[in-house]
Design a protein around this ligand. Sequence first.
Ligand code: PGA
Length: 248
Amino acid sequence: MPENILIVSNWKMNLDLNNAKRLINNLKKIKFSSNSKITNIVCPQFLLIPYISKLLSFSTIILGGQDCHLKKSGSFTGDSSIDLLKYYNCKYVILGHSERRSQYGETNLTVKKKSEIARANNINPIICVGESIDLRKKGKHLNFIINQLDECVEKNLKDIVVAYEPIWSIGSGVIPSFNEIREVKIESINFLKEVKKIRDIKILYGGSVDSKNINSIIKETGVDGALIGSASINSDEITKIITNVDFD
Ligand code: PGA
């Protein structure tokens, strides 16, 4: 088992105020073991953040954003700034999610710039990488992922959190084999250590994680936690995920 386990909820564009409040109240009721290693991070859509931030004062649940702009402020209609994430006490930000890459044309360079402004504001980026089914079938997934890391990640960082999310696993109910996850984890760590000179590296897995597969994913692959989409907006599921991992 890793020293710390990050459970990151990616609510995406889901939940209204009432459902978000209900879910947060249920998350707050979770009883942790005395030596719990879990860091519970919740990433709501932007307009929910001020409200959730209030609900989370005096809570151990940590708030995160699903994206940020690469500039501090300016004429960027529809975007949200890192300053506001910081103001509302966000400690993490998901960057380069495959939905941002495919639907908004986000490039590796954009992700790198967003990561730089997040770090400059003491917000930890969670850098998402992962291959399409096509690349996986052609056996080109490792090259693709290492290139993503190469172009998204700065050198000589003190620490980094990377989420390996194969695109074909997101929302599909299909997860890679443990060997496949382990392979990406090991290759990514080697690259980040040797080429990027980063010491403290956390690799999360994301894609169809639920309360049934979470424990074996963590145990069998040694990843440092999970980035969770659909199961994270289901109160019973996310409660089970956290308690299963905590008491395993
Ligand atoms: P999923 O989504 O858990 O619904 O597969 C994961 C993600 O997109 O981060």
